[in-house]
Design a protein around this ligand. Sequence first.
Ligand code: NAI
Length: 477
Amino acid sequence: MTTAITVARGDGIGPEIMDASLRIMEAAGADIKPEFVTLGEEAYKAGIMTGVTDEAWESINRTKLLFKAPLTTPQGGGYKSVNVTLRKSLSLFANIRPVRTMTPYVDSKHDKFDMVVVRENEEDLYAGIEYRQTRDTCHSVKLLSRTGSEMIVRYAFEYARAYGRKKVTVLVKDNIMKISDGLFHKVFKLIAAEYPEIEAESLIVDIGMARIADTPERFDVVVTLNLYGDIVSDIVSQIAGSVGLAGSSNIGQKASMFEAVHGSAPDIAGKSIANPSGLLNAGILMLRHIGQGDVAEKIENAWLKTIEDGVHTADIAKKGTNAVSTSEFADAVIANLGGKPSTLPEAVNAGAKSVKLPSPQETTKSVRTKQLVGVDVFLDWDGQNIKELGKAVEASAVSGLVLKSISSRGMHVYPSDRDVTAVSDQWRCRFMSQGEMKNSDIRHILENIEMKGFDWIKTENLYTFDGEVCFSQSQGE
Ligand code: NAI
């Protein structure tokens, strides 16, 4: 049965690479019915701040499949990234980016590697929760849930199992972000134990990325948080030869989206020199996903043969050779349909390899007790005398709570014998309870602080979970 797919031709180089990719898929006999919709720049220009038109939503919600070219997100101006909106609205929790080298046909700093980056797709700093509350400071919320972490980690192990991969490496920065990255790491270790046949490895993200850039061949499946995943997948596709080569799938319970890993490349748009391979590879992933693995195999082999033949777009063309245009590259792939690569590993019909999708209901939520033990009250204060600030705030405490510390930019400043200079205007005042406390205690502290003429800008409740302290200490506290 013909599968309807929603197609967005995208911005910048989008229409050029989408037309090339669809032409190849059609010539290979893909049984798909594209429904073209408007997303991105054109929608923004029509005043739609999300960049997604109503007819696009209607089509996506019906087909549950989106094949999209890159979209431009205007900087600033209150526009939200369409990509992030789509991933989050459709609950596309997993972003899978397979990358491998094609040496000697495509120059790479490395002879051979074959890696899959599994990136968490809905949370982390991409939750898009940002504030500016004082003249001097702003902050972004790095939001992680146990459910989201379990879903992506489990997906990575299920993917490794389905595709016969041997190792899963997690990249985290839990030596610094002990609570958020710490949760992700804890979940990773718990879930890894359920897959004893797969090697589990943990690396701090900075050295992890350095090693990936240096010796990518020692990695297999890499699972990580949204932002690290975004960065590492660009590194991996670049060191394989070009960001123009890799495709990705965004998988959710109810819908899926397929796209190239790169952006809309405005610097080369309209010149017909862009490499359509990234989007074509996303199309191959989509065909496998919808059960047309035989067509996917045919296209992938023709594409590999074209690369072997030395028919290359400018981004991967060897020195001294003539690069072909986007459409000439597509013509060459079409002419090679039915052919196979001679030395690069041949594509095989991987359609049957379905990855078991984890469900949010199956995740473990094991915490039994939650206790309120204090509150951080943040002030906007542009004074200089920190000791005076400390004394005034101390006097705002209510019975059973004491001011334990004041910090600025995460650094402990009060009480302190050091000579501290005020650098910024946001101050975190930590009140800790000496016994039981209630939410209403916080209200009373805020009233007292306000009466003393201070501008409180936000509060964070401090909790323990099953007795474990779940808030960070200030540096030097
Ligand atoms: P980019 O990926 O568009 O370009 C980076 C560099 O790679 C440029 O030099 C470009 O010419 C080159 N390049 C990218 N794709 C290529 C291809 N297929 N063939 C040959 N060369 C290629 O990243 P940039 O410039 O940071 O972002 C441009 C726009 O794309 C921004 O508005 C950004 O928000 C958007 N973007 C959209 C994404 C999506 O739709 N999923 C992902 C990343 C960025």
